[in-house]
Design a binder for this molecule. Sequence first.
Ligand code: TXA
Ligand code: MG
Length: 334
Amino acid sequence: MILPGPLDTSVQAAAAALRRGDLLGLPTETVYGLAADADNDAAVAAIFAAKGRPSDHPLIVHVAEAEAIDHFAHSVPAWARALAQAFWPGPLTLILPRRADRAAAAAGGQASVGVRCPSHPVAQAVLRACAHPPAGERVVWGLAAPSANRFGRVSPTTAAHVRDELGDALLVLDGGACDVGIESTIIDCTRSVPVLLRPGAITRAQIEAVCGMAPRSPDEVAEGATPRASGTLESHYAPTARVRLMDAKALQTGLDLLGSDAAHLAIYARSPIKARSARVLVRRMPDDAGSTARQLFATLRALDAEEVKLIWIETPPDTPEWEGVRDRLRRAAS
Ligand code: TXA
Ligand code: MG
């Protein structure tokens, strides 16, 4: 069931459901999440079951404010607090050493926990209602929430996408289309230096400017086991159609070869592309990375719904602001 997210009655109903251990489709500024009380292991188990996700893949815990870090984490480095201070509420997840008795199932058994404070007003309202309940009711300190898609599929960026993925029995708050459109930047803060586990709207340069250290990539810091991150699996965020990435020239050449026979094919490109067959769907990719991120998953979903067999996508520019979009496209194509 989809309820209008901004209404206070919806927020209160959602918070009550979460306190009972039920699941909620929650809008955030990045993508929609499938949320449950992070300290309720049975509720968290229901998330893994609904998604069809292996239960050793850790979930991100969403909090109302930075102070809640200390409920879930310990030994937080000063530079990690500086990142929270600079970018929260917002699309940044920090991986921190986990307090042994907190969010165990949500963390998938890891000794670490991912924490994020989202900026979406509906997410904020629900998190605050959870953290400050009516007298006598259970305090919910954080909401474990992976993206509200089935495992391996494209993340939802509207309430209707969540219903399409997980069914109408789930309570979903409608917070409109997500502003950022791709998942949060993830920084591992459990080592002496920041490690970028997943690129997103917040760039390496922004991280470096705040903590004074350039984020490393996971393979540069091979000491110790790298935590399992399903967002870092090679094939992820995949639509049903096969996705190919290529430059504009290769794309045009391929189309010219197929000529008027081309069918069951969609193009998503920034450069002007000419198809000789009217059965080829051509979608224009915006010129800037932010607008492309905002519409990326909805575009892949819409093309999938047209039942095309192939989606050819023009490789985005190799510049820092496109890193998050390039990453999701590379995974969709593998
Ligand atoms: O923007 C987002 O981050 C969205 C919204 C809903 O907040 N959430 C999201 O969650 O993308 P999910 O579960 O689809 O992706 C979270 C990623 C996964 O790749 C997971 O493995 C990784 O974060 N992660 C979570 N906790 C971790 C931990 N303790 N150590 C390493 N990776 C972790
Ligand atoms: Mg996901």
